[in-house]
Design a protein around this ligand. Structure first.
Ligand SMILES: C[S@@+](CC[C@H](N)C(=O)[O-])C[C@H]1O[C@@H](n2cnc3c(N)ncnc32)[C@H](O)[C@@H]1O
Length: 221
């Protein structure tokens, strides 16, 4: 009970801190699958304090628009977001365009396909699209200094390891010292994913003590 109270309190405080971004554009619908406000604040603080400029996201939505708003407000930085659902990708891209943020953030439709890095044949973003799009993005802007892993969805039966490929597949695109966030780590599979990232890539992910439901890590320098 106390933990739930603290989480709710931290989220409430985070809504207040998000107000400069929420009030900096048209109304944004949040849903249960959106990053929690407290996780958004963690990421925004990371962008501000560690001067992140090259963001890569798996799973787009309100987070894409909020981080793009922040970078536009600040005057620099870019974001590439991989999205498996074509309709959703169009929707987020339309919102970005309506706000004049298309130069800051790009949503790429990358359908889910069988992937060589997948565990138990759970599909991941189309390998060719990822290699080409992330390759071109990092060629233009430099290595990724903030990776947000909030997709593909892993809540369905048999898909608990759906987010595992992100770190091994994208590793070579990450800058030393880059931050990594894995959201929904409290679900089945979350612990196993972070343990495998540690074992295979040396990436130490720590569960956020404020109960954002995310784990955060830094690529070793
Ligand atoms: C965990 S969500 C990603 C949420 C996103 N990072 C955010 O914070 O808004 C995973 C997937 O759910 C879908 N999705 C995201 N927001 C949605 C919404 N409001 N309604 C329906 N589907 C959504 C997208 O396909 C997305 O890739």
């Amino acid at each position: 009970m106390e933990a739930q109270f603290l989480q709710a309190f931290y989220d409430l405080a985070s809504w207040i801190r998000l107000s400069p971004l929420l009030n900096n554009g048209p109304y944004l619908p949040f849903s249960v699958v959106s990053l929690r406000p407290s996780a958004m604040i963690k990421v925004l603080d990371d962008i501000a304090l560690r001067d992140r400029k090259v963001l890569l996201e798996c799973g787009s939505g309100t987070s894409t628009v909020m981080f793009a708003r922040m970078m536009a407000q600040r005057g620099y930085g870019h974001m590439l977001s991989l999205e498996h659902d074509g309709e959703w990708a169009d929707r987020v891209a339309t919102q970005l365009a309506a706000e004049g943020l298309s130069e800051v953030a790009t949503v790429i439709h990358a359908p889910l396909e069988e992937h060589p890095a997948a565990v138990k044949h759970v599909d991941w973003y189309a390998p060719k699209t990822v290699t080409e799009e992330v390759g071109a993005y990092t060629e233009k802007h430099g290595p990724v200094d903030l990776l947000l892993v909030d997709g593909p969805p892993g809540w369905e039966r048999g898909r608990t390891m759906a987010r595992y490929p992100a770190v091994p597949v994208l590793w070579d695109f990450l800058a030393p010292g880059a931050s990594v966030l894995l959201d929904d780590v409290n679900r089945a599979g979350g612990k196993e994913i972070t343990e495998r990232w540690k074992e295979e890539c040396g990436l130490d992910m720590q569960l956020d003590p404020f109960g954002t439901r995310g784990a955060f890590g830094t690529v070793p320098v």
